[in-house]
Design a protein around this ligand. Sequence first.
Ligand code: NAG
Ligand code: NAG
Ligand code: NAG
Ligand code: NAG
Ligand code: NAG
Ligand code: NAG
Ligand code: NAG
Ligand code: NAG
Ligand code: NAG
Ligand code: NAG
Ligand code: NAG
Length: 649
Amino acid sequence: MEKYQYQLILKIVSLLLTVKIAFGDWCSSQDLEGLIGFKNGIQLDTSGRLAKWVGQRCCDWEGIVCDNATTSGTRRVTQIHLPGFISTDKDLFRTQMIGHFSLSITLLTSLEILDLGGLVGLSGTIPQTLGMHLQKLQKLYLYGNNLTGSIPESIGKLQNLQELAIHENRLSGSIPSSLGALRKLKSLLLYSNKISGTLPLSLGNLTNLVELDLHENSINGHIPNSIGQMQNLEKLDLSSNLLNGRIPSSLSNLTFISVLYLDTNNLEGTIPFPSRNGGENMHSLGFLRLNENNLSGNLPFNFGQLVSLQRVSLSNNKLEGALPSSLGNLHHLTEIYLSGNFFSGQIPKSLGQISHLIMFNISKNLIQRPLPKEMSNLQNLQTIDLSFNPLNLTSIPEWLPSLLSLSGIYLAGCGIQGRIPEVLNTIKSPIQELDLSMNFLSGSIPSWIGSFSQLYLLNLSRNSLDSFIPRSIAKLRNLAILDLNSNRLTGSITEAFEIEQDSTGGSLTYLDLSHNNFSSGVEEIGVGGQFNIQFLNLSHNNLKGMLSSSLGRLKSIHSLDLSFNKLASNLPEFLANLTTLEILRLQKNHFSGNIPNAFLKLRKLKELDLSDNVLEGEIPEGEPLINFPGSSYSGNKGLCGKPLAPCKL
Ligand SMILES: *[C@@H]1O[C@H](CO)[C@@H](O)[C@H](O)[C@H]1NC(C)=O
Ligand SMILES: *[C@@H]1O[C@H](CO)[C@@H](O)[C@H](O)[C@H]1NC(C)=O
Ligand SMILES: *[C@@H]1O[C@H](CO)[C@@H](O)[C@H](O)[C@H]1NC(C)=O
Ligand SMILES: *[C@@H]1O[C@H](CO)[C@@H](O)[C@H](O)[C@H]1NC(C)=O
Ligand SMILES: *[C@@H]1O[C@H](CO)[C@@H](O)[C@H](O)[C@H]1NC(C)=O
Ligand SMILES: *[C@@H]1O[C@H](CO)[C@@H](O)[C@H](O)[C@H]1NC(C)=O
Ligand SMILES: *[C@@H]1O[C@H](CO)[C@@H](O)[C@H](O)[C@H]1NC(C)=O
Ligand SMILES: *[C@@H]1O[C@H](CO)[C@@H](O)[C@H](O)[C@H]1NC(C)=O
Ligand SMILES: *[C@@H]1O[C@H](CO)[C@@H](O)[C@H](O)[C@H]1NC(C)=O
Ligand SMILES: *[C@@H]1O[C@H](CO)[C@@H](O)[C@H](O)[C@H]1NC(C)=O
Ligand SMILES: *[C@@H]1O[C@H](CO)[C@@H](O)[C@H](O)[C@H]1NC(C)=O
């Protein structure tokens, strides 16, 4: 009997415990209402998480974290984790929620973390009163959704906020100046929205900010000088906005900054990095204009103060003046993008000190020669782009072959003359990209080009090369982009289509041989093994003969331009097998006969030009052929039917 009583007591105790635990999973009725309100706003949840939100034990629900029961016994929801990307031990998969972001989220007044990032289809607005209610919030992730409206002014009341990630939405309006009150904020990500207006001065109050990313918006006005107060900033990305004016000199205060992207704005003036004791007027426009003529390049201002800088992009602005030689102090720098400005003078010798440099892009500026031979010290440099500067290089810099990591050489429009320099053949590093377009190169394409076994892109367009295409080009098993347009190349195009061993259908995806003097080889298209071509331009040559049915093997082709040649045959039916075609230009040839009915299979065609041939008969009636303008068919022998005049019976 005693034993029985003992067991009974145990049972009662364990029952009580269960009840206690069960009650422990209950959350406050206010939180429950908030969560159910949120759930009700969602029409579709492909993750299936919300479907399991039933009953009242919400602390038990997937994605919910509560605090421990207080004396009053109720538990509060402190975290909501429902990101679109779900990672398990095994894999990472993407889910979606489609629906409306419910206002009832503001009932969850104990929330510290709200993560609804990357759900794609969450729409509606950020509740205007969010800041009044979620006072404990530390992390707010609503990025990667479909949210509209503006960032609520009340957000400035979230005194505990450390991370605000609302990038990749459709938010508009301006950045509320109340944001500057978020003293604990470390990360502010608003990029890829439709935010306009100016940068509030108060932003400078965010002295704990480590990362500020506002790229891809429509923010205008100046970069406030107060930005120099963000002493802890490591990453600043304001690119692709409508910012104008000068880069504030206070930026040189940001000694921890490692990533600085200000490209694709309208910023102007010189890069104003004063020496620590220098006055701000020193780097006025006038001062630097004077120095434009002083090609020794020792400028008394100090870009080199940003000692933590690793990546900097100032491309596509209106910056001018010479590059400061203090650039050489930036020992951590790995990538410099200065393309598309008005930088002038010479590249400072000190550049050679940036031994970690991997990418140097100063294309489209006003840089003059000589290039400092100290650049030969850049033993980690992988890509150099000096294109379109008035460098008048005449030849390839002799130090180039000594750069043992180099894989990308971009020297378009640099005034290089004569034959393709033999010095390139002495390069030891595996060249992947070679762009010598828009120079004054003449003579032949050397057959040693076939020894660049890693070559992916070769652009020799707009020169005066006048040879055949060398056979050795077939050895380039990685070549994807070959642009030889606008030269005087002759002979057969066959070599461009050959590959040494037919395995995967060839690596070439882009082939432009237009504006040359090629006369044969059209029959070979698709025979040689290059079946993966997407873009093929053979226009403005002397090509004669017939198209062969092997052309029908180009199963990936999007754009085919054979215009301005002397091709003569019927329009072959097999062209209609190229159902991926979006652009087809055959004008100014001698194609004859009817347009095959099979052309109606070219459903993706957006542009068609068959004009100025000797075609006749009825244009097959149907999409997409009837959608093109009459000019697509004009100048033929006797085409009729839509969009031209009806055929006579
Ligand atoms: C809640 O209780 C558990 C176990 O009793 C403890 O490990 C945890 O730290 C507590 N959490 C908080 C937020 O107090
Ligand atoms: C975003 O919302 C708009 C309407 O505001 C809707 O047309 C669109 O389909 C939504 N996009 C997604 C990905 O849910
Ligand atoms: C923030 O910055 C603004 C402008 O720089 C300043 O006037 C204000 O006193 C600062 N403090 C607060 C709390 O906004
Ligand atoms: C530069 O940083 C100091 C703190 O180290 C700060 O007092 C000063 O205001 C900052 N200067 C500018 C121009 O922001
Ligand atoms: C050019 O710069 C050098 C060194 O900084 C200086 O000595 C010289 O006076 C400058 N010349 C002119 C014309 O500004
Ligand atoms: C250099 O920068 C320009 C402008 O941003 C860009 O178009 C070009 O592709 C860059 N060059 C390389 C080699 O990446
Ligand atoms: C470019 O260099 C060549 C050879 O040194 C010279 O003849 C020519 O005048 C220079 N052109 C320009 C525009 O400086
Ligand atoms: C080759 O260079 C020319 C001129 O620099 C440029 O316009 C063209 O886009 C380049 N071709 C490819 C495929 O990049
Ligand atoms: C084009 O090539 C032919 C030989 O196929 C040659 O006779 C002619 O001179 C070349 N034309 C030009 C402009 O180079
Ligand atoms: C083919 O090249 C010619 C001349 O270089 C050019 O005018 C034409 O637009 C190009 N075709 C396509 C489809 O890009
Ligand atoms: C078009 O492709 C189909 C299937 O690949 C093939 O059977 C047919 O012969 C081709 N038509 C022409 C005219 O080449």
